[in-house]
Design a protein around this ligand. Structure first.
Ligand code: C2E
Ligand code: MG
Ligand code: MG
Ligand code: MG
Length: 296
């Protein structure tokens, strides 16, 4: 009986392993063709000023429209792209598409705001990043001050010499660097110290924003407030990620957070939708609109 059970267990284990291996294998082989088949798309999510509600920037976020599986999340295919090396081509495509799109919007008279792109850790370490970025800015004719690069702390952990030289070169070119998902890595505080003056923007991870309450004295509020003060003391701008409620917005506004990104203002949307948002210029959350109407 025990033998039977063991056998069954093995079968379950091995068939689920096969299914997983198969999924990875087929993801991998179709990722290979995703670019040339036009299955990749950039969505854009606005960054908004918490005081005026004006759009002050946008983050480009990749989407993969797979003909059978539908929208595949970047959390699922970016790690695979990193392992297989497709990330080089994908990253190129992302930067070029984002810069070109922003240039087109600017030329059509829409408000000029910076576009930020996410960079994989292993891409950041390559010196070729600089030549690559320069070439894309030249090709698309976008001014460097309108391009921002988002990296995570893991990008800063490896070869310190290379990291410094890449950051310094980006600074020289006038491209801003943002530290994404701040507070979740291994060395958040020491990164701030070591790379002072080379990182322009801090994006507070949404796990901190999630924990905000309307009680000023709560620990989570105190931590967020302190991160904002600290970053601003170090001459960095602060973006809060994952803001979903007007209560969170109010708290962050009290803490003088520089900009807000989250579903409260807009989810990431396709280019045609984002163009409409840029055209409006200001994004007033529905909840606030209702309140304003009551008082006027
Ligand atoms: P990220 O750079 O931290 O991007 C923010 C993520 O939070 C996005 O998920 C966005 O849709 C989501 N988000 C924004 N506001 C809210 C909110 O109010 N509530 C909640 N629950 N979520 C919110 P997304 O688009 O699925 O991207 C996930 C991650 O994939 C990104 O995290 C980034 O690390 C990576 N990624 C996306 N696009 C690219 C890319 O072009 N290249 C690379 N290397 N990585 C990318
Ligand atoms: Mg990001
Ligand atoms: Mg983030
Ligand atoms: Mg992330």
């Amino acid at each position: 009986k025990a033998k039977e059970l063991g056998k069954n267990n093995f079968q379950v284990y091995s068939s689920s392993l096969n299914a997983q291996t198969f999924k990875i294998f087929s993801l991998e082989s179709s990722l290979r063709y995703a670019i040339e088949r036009g299955q990749l798309e950039l969505y854009y999510q606005p960054k908004v000023c918490p005081k005026t509600y004006e759009i002050v920037g946008a983050e480009a976020l990749i989407r993969w429209n797979h003909p059978e599986w539908g929208l595949v999340s970047p959390d699922e295919f970016i790690p695979l792209a990193e392992e297989t090396g497709f990330i080089v081509e994908i990253g190129d495509w992302v930067k070029r598409t984002a810069c070109l799109q922003m240039k087109l919007w600017q030329e059509s008279g829409l408000p000029k705001v910076p576009i930020s792109v996410n960079l994989s850790a292993n891409r950041f370490l390559e010196r070729s990043l600089i030549t690559n970025v320069k070439q894309i800015l030249e090709e698309t004719n976008l001014e460097s001050k309108y391009l921002e690069i988002e990296i995570t702390e893991s990008s800063l952990l490896e070869n310190e010499k290379v990291v410094f030289s890449v950051l310094e070169e980006l600074k020289r070119l006038g491209i801003k660097v943002a530290l994404d998902d701040f507070g979740t890595g291994y060395s958040s505080l020491s990164s701030l110290k070591r790379f002072k003056g080379l990182i322009d923007i801090l994006k507070i991870d949404r796990t901190f924003i999630n924990d905000l309450t309307s009680f000023e004295t709560d620990d989570s509020n105190f931590i967020t407030n302190t991160i904002i003060q600290l970053a601003q003391q170090l001459k960095m701008e602060v973006v809060a990620e994952g803001v979903e409620t007007t209560d969170q917005l109010k708290v962050l506004n009290n803490y003088n957070c520089n900009s807000i990104q989250g579903y409260l203002f807009s989810k990431p949307v396709p280019a045609t939708e984002f163009e409409k948002l840029l055209n409006k210029g200001k994004l007033i959350p529905e909840e606030m609109k209702a309140k304003e109407e009551k008082f006027t």
